[in-house]
Design a protein around this ligand. Structure first.
Ligand SMILES: C[S@@+](CC[C@H](N)C(=O)[O-])C[C@H]1O[C@@H](n2cnc3c(N)ncnc32)[C@H](O)[C@@H]1O
Length: 364
């Protein structure tokens, strides 16, 4: 494990403030300290456990945090405490990532973000103007019956009170009169700000096109908002020497996804044991692109263990952190199964290799 001062890159080439951060980091030293073990899912809060990882040891940290979209495991978070969680976790990454290594964050914008200050959306829904009652009819009825309220006018004209309102005021208040309005909260800017503050540099961004969540898009047929069908992958780089190795992927893989900004693969369909798993393909691609076998991959929002399984499949070491005891257990079970499947596949490969190499037809 690399816990040494990175003498192989030039600290003087960094911005002044970062030079200070780097120097104090390496000057403090952590000799003799007990660091979190690799090959484990550690139970606890990422904010408390990340500082216990060996400095400069992690080649890649890849994770998907709570998105602040009302999942069960984020029920206690306010928007402020959610921001504080992510900012703190990102800051704690800087000391532990290897110089030249990466932090990759999979996240989505918050599509239904309550905003008290937002003016009400005044929707003029063309398709709902089915009543033949016109504005002129309402105005005529009001002249003939100046004492009538809108309920009496509605009864007189054989339409709803909303129709009377709509004909008089020309619009509809969306989402109920007293409910706060909702808008999109774009999170990329926040993440960039926190990463830069921590010492990282934005290196790349990709889009993961997932399954379209039609069942969640209450507004899809009543507004111009699109259905929820993509997420982001933000890549942040820690200054240092980064190895570029075209042999990590085949020529086809470089063409099909290694060099592509848009990745398309399905979401996890059976989220029956964890509400928000990402598909195995996601960490598999990131790990293959950015690390070599034997290096350490971290996921501090480990959930069901997907990143650890990907790391194991690719012969990387992993460190996992997860807050909820039930998910720690779930991840450990999934990893144990993953290890068994891998061992089985390897022993099958060895057996067929042995059979092939001992068969006279294949001997040279
Ligand atoms: C979006 S899910 C990650 C799912 C994971 N990628 C998978 O494929 O299963 C976020 C996870 O972060 C965990 N979590 C939330 N707050 C945490 C914290 N402060 N420290 C560690 N884990 C936390 C949640 O319990 C949840 O399992």
């Amino acid at each position: 494990m690399n816990t040494q001062t990175p003498t192989d890159f030039k600290i003087e080439r960094l911005p002044k403030e970062l030079q200070e951060t780097f120097r104090s980091l390496y000057a403090n030293g952590h000799a003799g300290a007990e660091y979190l073990a690799t090959g484990e899912i550690h139970h606890g809060d990422a904010r408390e456990l990340l500082p216990k990882i060996a400095p400069n040891s992690v080649a890649l940290s890849v994770w998907s945090p709570p998105y602040f979209v009302g999942k069960e495991y984020e029920a206690d978070l306010t928007f402020d405490s959610w921001q504080n969680l992510l900012e703190t976790v990102i800051a704690h990454h800087f000391p532990i990532i290897k110089p030249g290594g990466f932090l990759v964050i999979n996240i989505a914008d918050i599509l239904v973000f309550r905003d008290e200050a937002m003016p009400r959306v005044q929707a003029d829904v063309v398709q709902s103007k089915r009543s033949p009652v016109t504005r002129e009819d309402v105005l005529r009825a009001m002249t003939e019956h100046p004492e009538y309220n809108r309920y009496q006018l509605a009864k007189l004209l054989g339409c709803s009170e909303q129709t009377i309102d709509r004909r008089l005021h020309g619009n509809n208040i969306r989402g109920g009169k007293y409910e706060p309005q909702t808008r999109v909260k774009i999170v990329g800017g926040l993440i960039e700000e926190w990463a830069l503050k921590a010492g990282f540099y934005p290196y790349d961004r990709r889009i993961w096109v997932k399954d379209a969540a039609w069942e969640n898009s209450r507004w899809a047929s009543l507004s111009y908002r699109s259905v929820d069908e993509f997420e982001y992958l933000y890549f942040f780089w820690k200054p240092g020497i980064t190895k570029f190795d075209r042999a990590r992927l085949s020529a086809d893989e470089w063409r099909n996804w290694g060099s592509r900004g848009v990745w398309t693969f399905p979401s996890v369909r059976a989220n029956d044991d964890h509400e928000a798993k990402f598909p195995l393909e996601l960490p598999l691609r990131v790990i293959r692109l950015l690390t070599d076998p034997g290096e350490i991959v971290l996921d501090c929002f480990m959930g069901s263990g997907t990143t650890a399984i990907a790391a194991l499949q690719l012969n990387r070491q992993y460190i996992g952190i997860e807050l909820q005891a039930e998910y720690v257990e779930l991840a450990r079970r999934a990893i144990a199964t993953g290890v068994q499947i891998k061992l089985l596949a390897e022993s099958r490969n060895e057996a067929s290799y042995a059979a092939r190499s001992s068969s006279p037809a294949t001997q040279s």
